[in-house]
Design a protein around this ligand. Structure first.
Ligand SMILES: [Zn+2]
Length: 373
């Protein structure tokens, strides 16, 4: 039957990736404005600031201001950056660093109606290309996923900067991106079932599935390249999978069970893993919820074990297991992205699937140990 919904695609206007790409930022930035204002974290700006300024200066557009004190993306910080860039007469915003600086820059630019260029310095997130900002309060508690009117004008990824940052960032980024191959198709099916407003384009779904196959094929080799700081085609491909493919076409939306399970699990005392690592675990839980074949779940689990992503509850931290039912309930909060699943999910189903992943992990570890004997 014909679904009359609109096929909506939200993406950055331009994406540039490669070794040394930062040295060209002046050329791209001056095409958008000649009064750039930089927003960054302290470490990120001390790492790339001099190269960024040199490139801008070669293109004849020097920074009109810098805020390199971003530690958290809060509404207060977004307001400060807005006021500072307005005072400085900025006409283009450069967001440099990890997700927090980039999100602050995107949100401030969106409200000012200015173009934003994002320049990531690590690979733990795909925030650089998304049309949203994850906002926290001063106590680092999640406030909201703030949707923006558009995605960045340019995402500039220097693969030597991002790929040779501490390897745990790449591992976390791969864990987060892993979810896209499962969440985006689920979300697309849910949109189609809900109708009649918005649909995912088939291109967006295909690219997110391609992201998954790149991770499975090149993840381990990319990790090795990052550890040995030797650039390789696998590392380039995996960075592209995380930075471009994992959110392709979905703007700020497209999450489903894996992220909702992440959000539930972060409420459990003792969980000590980072966002992307918990999302990887949540992805396997989503696969269980979807009743995928055991061989498919095992394939993803073996890959996670090889990459160093958690596959069992013990690996998530020294957790209080009595809180798991509450976490499962939180994961099914109607406000959260579990509602983007194409079928109804109950807390009981989540709890059972979490335990299912945990026991599958245990049996895989046992099988490995036996085969090594
Ligand atoms: Zn994520």
């Amino acid at each position: 039957m014909l679904n009359k919904g609109l096929r909506r695609v939200v993406m950055p206007s331009m994406y540039v990736q490669g070794a040394g790409a930062i040295d060209d930022i002046g050329t791209y930035s001056s095409a958008l404005g000649d009064k750039p204002f930089a927003v960054a974290g302290k470490t990120a700006f001390s790492t790339i600031g001099p190269r960024l300024e040199a490139s801008l200066s070669r293109a004849g557009s020097n920074l009109v201001g810098v805020n390199d004190s971003i530690k958290e993306c809060t509404f207060g910080m977004i307001e400060s950056v807005k006021a500072e860039s307005l005072d400085a007469g900025a006409d283009v915003i450069l967001g440099c660093g990890g997700g927090k600086a980039v999100d602050t820059a995107k949100a401030a630019a969106d409200e000012l109606g200015l173009p934003v260029i994002t320049v990531p310095t690590q690979c733990a997130t795909n925030a650089d290309q998304m049309a949203d900002a994850v906002v926290f309060n001063e106590d680092h508690e999640f406030v909201e996923d703030h949707y923006l009117s558009r995605a960045p004008a340019l995402v500039l990824v220097d693969t030597e900067v991002v790929g040779f940052a501490p390897v745990e960032f790449l591992v976390q980024g791969m864990g987060d991106a892993l979810a896209s191959g499962f969440e985006k198709p689920a979300y697309a099916r849910a949109l189609a079932a809900k109708g009649p407003d918005n649909l995912a384009s088939s291109a967006a779904v295909e690219v997110n599935l391609r992201c998954l196959s790149v991770l499975l094929e090149h993840g381990a080799s990319a990790k090795q390249a990052s550890q040995t700081t030797v650039m390789s085609e696998s590392l380039e491909l995996v960075i592209e999978a995380v930075k471009l493919m994992s959110g392709f076409g979905f703007g700020g939306g497209g999450c489903a069970a894996a992220h909702a399970i992440h959000n539930g699990l972060t409420s459990v005392p003792g969980v000590s893993r980072k966002h992307g690592e918990i999302v990887a675990f949540g992805t396997m839980v989503q696969m269980m919820l979807e009743e995928r074949p055991a061989s498919e779940i095992e394939q993803i689990m073996q890959w996670c074990m090889e990459i160093g992503l958690p596959t069992s509850l013990d690996e998530l931290g020294d957790i209080d297991r009595s809180r798991l039912p509450l976490a499962a309930k939180k994961a099914c909060d109607p406000e959260d992205t579990m509602s983007n699943m194409p079928f109804e999910v109950t807390p009981e189903m989540v709890l059972e699937s979490i335990r299912g992943v945990d026991s599958l992990s245990e049996s895989l570890v046992r099988t490995r140990a036996t085969s090594l004997r």
